[in-house]
Design a protein around this ligand. Structure first.
Ligand SMILES: [Zn+2]
Length: 166
């Protein structure tokens, strides 16, 4: 049975119970995501499930999130739909991971308790492009004119520089 996600993840405790948690957040619930996205009211669906692989606590999860970010080319809004999925195993030491299924991403030295919001934020931010851009060439038209003007001006600028050197 799915239940709401507690604010604090208690890793080994949840993993040994094998709980599945699901919750619909808003972008505003994630402070670090809110600083880069402008759509603070958009819904964020999160489902995470806990399991033990032998002695190793694992978290499998998926997030669905729409983000409105600043295009790094034209600074206008660029809309992204992201569905990060993750399958993480929390190891006490590297040897512990040797028997683990290779489909798990491993994390060392995990605390027993950590913030659910911060954990989900990290998984979302990994999937956000460093420099979000529109798929179309949003600035190509505006780009052409200044470049043409520059080309016209350039020969004179070079002449001026040459004269200064003489
Ligand atoms: Zn753009």
């Amino acid at each position: 049975m799915k239940q709401g996600i507690p604010k604090t993840i208690k890793l080994f405790k949840f993993a040994s119970r094998g709980g599945i948690f699901s919750h619909q957040y808003q972008v505003r619930d994630f402070p670090r995501i809110s600083t880069i996205a402008s759509n603070h009211n958009s819904k964020v669906s999160v489902t995470i499930s806990f399991s033990l692989e032998g002695e190793i606590p694992c978290i499998t999860g998926e997030v669905e999130i729409d983000l409105e970010l600043d295009c790094q080319r034209c600074l206008d809004v660029v809309k992204l739909h992201l569905e990060p999925k993750f399958k993480l195993a929390f190891l006490k030491n590297e040897e512990q991971g040797e028997t683990l299924d290779a489909s798990f991403e491993t994390i060392l030295n995990a605390d027993e308790e950590f913030s659910t919001i911060e954990f989900i934020t990290d998984e979302v931010l990994i999937s956000v492009p460093m420099a979000p851009l529109h798929e179309h060439k949003c600035l190509s038209y505006q780009d052409t004119q200044p470049i043409n003007e520059q080309k016209k001006e350039n020969p004179f600028a070079i002449l001026k520089q040459l004269k200064k050197k003489e």
